[in-house]
Design a protein around this ligand. Sequence first.
Ligand code: SF4
Length: 272
Amino acid sequence: MSETSISEVGTEPVSAEAPKRPRFLLREMRSSCATQRIWKWSLPASAGRLPDGRTYNTCPSAGICRDLCYARAGTFRFSNVLRLHQSNLQYVLDEPEAWERQMTAELTHRRYRSQGSRTHVRIHDSGDYFSAEYLDAWLRIIRSAPEVVFYSYTKEVALFNERVREDPPGNFFWRFSYGGTQDELIAPGDLHVDVFPDEESLAEAGYTSQAPSDLRGAYGPETLGIPANNLPAQRKRQGAQTFRALQRAANEQRSARRAQRRGPAPRRPKAD
Ligand code: SF4
């Protein structure tokens, strides 16, 4: 995975005016599949431009999912929502230490002390672990709050294999998500999720649907499936395929194009 820091990608200077930081960084998840209180942390999905002119890509290993992304459509595109997600990103980029301190302190607040069940935080309902430094910051935050359960979907397979797999925090559940450029690194037995055209195709493939509860992302079986969102343009583009199948086809096409550009392999001279 590329460890390109987003702040290195931009070309424009950072605004001198200090932005106002929110009192709380985590928001409550409002979703029909959030069956209990779940808090979330969001970044803007994929590539874009911050209000100060810097460009970013929060999903460096996104593949075919980029064109089918639920978080690049619908309410995620509302200006107030996008602004909030971009200001989250700006905070991480401009003041990573202050952001980490605030997140760590926030998790000790009484609103995260749940009565009865454990408190859950979904890291990224949009965006991904865009750099090693950012992932490491999250690992420190997660370790600082052992009574909270954190979970994530990610396409950063190499980064997780390198930095998380060997010694993960006990209160962190992650799951690889198909449709990215690192799909081929997802090994048999890895917890994963694939996006299916509908519930029927998901069940036919022997997958468990995530639809009844978002917490299946944390506690669900190895093979979890998400039925495609109700976004007509994305559904049309996806057709009858899963993200995994579409990514495999895209990879094969790319390899074929490369082979064509290289031309036929040079013939060895025949031995006399
Ligand atoms: S990695 Fe997730 S958020 Fe990013 S483009 Fe793909 S589906 Fe969207």
